[in-house]
Design a protein. Structure first.
Lengths: 236, 56
């Protein structure tokens, strides 16, 4: 009995080949990183991921127990506090990482999508947090909701995004917006793996004294202005 | 614990100067973020010099 040859038109084959071609295993899980990745700025990126894991974990517990649980039990109050402080930490760490990447011009070398996914993650995280604040089921939540209601009404979207509607805000907060944030973060990390971390700017004196170094299998590097191969620079 | 140190059961202190209005707590957080960012840029990463030496 002979084995049938693989069907080239199969959608699973096409997806697999496209995925492995775009992000081969040695790029997805590399053995080493360039020396310039040894920077505190990337620690803040990774710490942002860690805080997001805590946010999602505590959020799952809170959603499993249902609204109001965090008010009348001490354990619920504890997880509510974990959720809140992890969110504050997430924004703190993400903004420091964002500032660092902005001043490094992290979109150089064909890394536009890496930068865009990171920046959009920050923007989408804002309504994710807002819908959480208005879902608190207390006077603080009511105050924030009425203030935000005026803001949304003033730009004409208050009827579609009604911050005083607890059910709508809770749905946004526990499903739609977190799914968007998580999808963006996954895309961001995969794009970082694909394109590699942006190399630092070359000093003017270095540019004048030596030609641009060549990456292992990519074009000459001019401070990362050219297309990325994900393999730039010395590695450790 | 911090609630015993800082009385949180009261209206927040607000800095109001012309169009600018922000609570002191928010200003403190922003200043701390700027300080942490400066430290993240300026402080050497542990082992970074050794790695550069090995790679060159």
């Amino acid at each position: 009995m002979s084995v049938a040859p693989p069907v080239r038109t199969s959608w699973t084959t096409r997806i697999r080949e496209a995925a492995v071609g775009a992000l081969p295993p040695e790029k997805l899980l590399p053995d080493s990183q360039p020396t310039y990745v040894a920077s505190w700025i990337y620690v803040f990126g990774v710490a942002s991921l860690a805080s997001l894991v805590v946010i999602v974990g505590s959020g799952v517990i809170l959603s499993l127990k249902g609204p109001a649980w965090w008010h009348y039990t001490s354990v619920g109050h504890f997880f509510n506090s974990i959720h809140l402080w992890a969110v504050l930490l997430f924004f703190f760490l993400m903004v420091v990482h964002l500032w660092g990447k902005y001043w490094m011009a992290a979109w150089r070398g064909g890394r536009t999508r890496v930068w865009i996914t990171g920046a959009v993650t920050f923007l989408v995280a804002i309504p994710t947090a807002l819908t959480g604040y208005v879902s608190q089921q207390n006077f603080d939540g009511q105050w924030i909701a009425t203030q935000a209601k005026d803001g949304f009404n003033s730009v004409g979207v208050g009827a579609f995004f009604n911050v005083t509607n607890f059910g709508q805000m809770y749905g946004y907060h526990v499903l739609l917006l977190p799914a968007a944030v998580i999808a963006l973060v996954i895309a961001h990390v995969l794009l970082v793996r694909r394109h590699g971390v942006v190399p630092p700017f070359r000093l003017t004196s270095e540019r004048a004294s030596s030609p641009a170094p060549r990456s292992e299998n990519g074009p000459a590097l001019s401070g990362g202005d050219g297309p990325s191969s994900g393999n730039e620079g010395a590695r450790t | 614990m911090l609630g015993a140190v800082f009385n949180l059961n009261r209206p927040a202190h607000v800095v109001h100067w012309h169009f600018f209005q922000m609570t002191v707590s928010n200003i403190v957080v922003i200043v701390v973020m700027l300080v942490v960012f400066a430290l993240a840029v300026l402080l050497p990463f542990p082992g970074a010099a050794r790695r550069r030496g090995e790679a060159s």
